[in-house]
Design a protein around this ligand. Structure first.
Ligand code: URA
Length: 278
C-alpha cells in the first residue's frame, strides 16, 4: 500500500506569503495527508511542495573535494592573502574586495558587488556573479532575477532589508561582473572564493540556499547537475546547504518555480531543526 507523503516540513502560510507565491506563479494546494477513509480537512491548508518527502541526508562536502575542474596551475595561483582574508572583519573584507585585482575582471568592472542584507541573518543566499545592473549598482540581484528572488524570500517571510520580515544575506561567488555575462572561469572562482568563505564565516547562517550551477559547484565542489543535488541537505563548512535553481533560469523556465519553492520549503524545514551541537 502506498504511504501518504510526509508533508510535516511544509510551512503554513499567511495571506501575504500566498500572494507572493501567486506572484511567482507557484500554485499551492492541500497535501493529501488524511488516513484512508477519513474526512478531508481543507480549511487552511499548508502548501504542498511538489516533491517527495525530504530525506535530510547530511552529505559531507569538504571544501577540498574533487568535482570542480580546476587545473593545478590555477590552484597554485590561490590568493596569497587567502589566509589573511580568513580573519578579516566586515569593514576590512569589504574594502579588500573593493580594491581587489586578483583576476582580470577588475579591468572591466564598474563596481565590485560585495553582498547585501542582514549580516546576522540565519539565511544566506548564494548566487553566481553580478550582471549588468548589479555591476552598475554595486548590489547583488537587482535586475529581474533579483525581483523574483525578493518575492521568493518574501514568501518565506524574509527580505534582504529585513523590514517587516526576517532578514537574509545575499552574496555571489564572484564579486565582479564577467564581461557580457559569460560564465565564471575557474581561475576567477578560485581567486574570489576566500571572500565568500569569509562572508559565510561572519554571517554564520543556519542555512545557505545555493542558487544556480556555479554557486552549487563552488560551495559543494561537485559537477553533479542541480537536478541530482536538490532535495537533500548538503554541507559547506558545517552549514546546511540547500541546492536550488537560479532565479534567472526560473524566469526562463517558469514551470520549475514549484521545484524552487519546494527547495525553500526544505530550507525552512532545516531552520526548524535544532542547530548542530544542541
Ligand atoms: N545573478 C546572480 O547570480 N547574481 C546576481 O547578483 C545577479 C544575477
Amino acid at each position: 500500500m502506498s504511504q501518504a507523503p510526509d508533508t510535516s516540513f511544509v510551512p503554513r502560510l499567511d495571506a501575504r506569503q500566498r500572494a507572493m507565491l501567486a506572484e511567482m506563479g507557484v500554485r499551492v494546494w492541500a497535501p493529501r495527508t488524511r488516513p484512508t477513509g477519513a474526512a478531508e480537512a481543507t480549511s487552511e491548508p499548508p502548501v504542498a511542495a511538489p516533491r517527495p518527502a525530504p530525506a535530510p541526508v547530511a552529505a559531507a562536502s569538504p571544501p577540498a573535494a574533487t568535482g570542480l575542474p580546476v587545473p593545478a596551475t590555477v590552484m597554485a595561483q590561490r590568493p596569497a592573502r587567502a589566509g589573511e582574508v580568513q580573519s578579516m572583519d566586515w569593514a576590512t573584507l569589504r574594502e579588500t574586495v573593493a580594491q581587489c585585482q586578483a583576476c582580470g575582471l577588475c579591468k572591466s568592472r564598474k563596481n565590485t558587488v560585495f553582498g547585501v542584507g542582514d549580516e546576522q541573518a540565519d539565511w544566506m543566499i548564494v548566487g553566481e556573479a553580478p550582471g549588468e545592473n548589479e555591476d552598475l549598482r554595486g548590489e547583488p540581484f537587482v535586475g529581474a532575477a533579483g525581483q523574483l528572488l525578493d518575492n521568493m524570500l518574501l514568501a518565506t517571510g524574509r527580505s534582504r532589508d529585513g523590514r517587516g520580515a526576517e532578514g537574509a544575506y545575499i552574496a555571489n561567488v564572484l564579486k565582479c561582473r564577467p564581461p557580457a555575462n559569460r560564465n565564471p572561469q575557474p581561475e576567477e572562482v578560485v581567486q574570489c572564493e576566500p571572500y565568500l568563505a569569509r562572508q559565510v564565516a561572519l554571517v554564520k547562517p543556519r542555512v545557505i540556499v545555493a542558487m544556480g550551477r556555479f554557486a552549487v559547484q563552488s560551495l559543494l565542489k561537485t559537477t553533479e547537475p542541480i537536478g541530482r543535488l536538490r532535495g537533500r541537505v548538503h554541507r559547506y563548512e558545517g552549514v546546511p546547504v540547500i541546492v536550488s535553481y537560479h532565479p534567472a533560469y526560473l524566469l526562463r523556465t517558469p514551470l520549475d518555480k514549484g521545484k524552487a519553492w519546494a527547495d525553500l520549503c526544505l530550507a525552512m524545514h532545516v531552520m526548524e531543526q535544532p542547530p548542530a551541537g544542541d
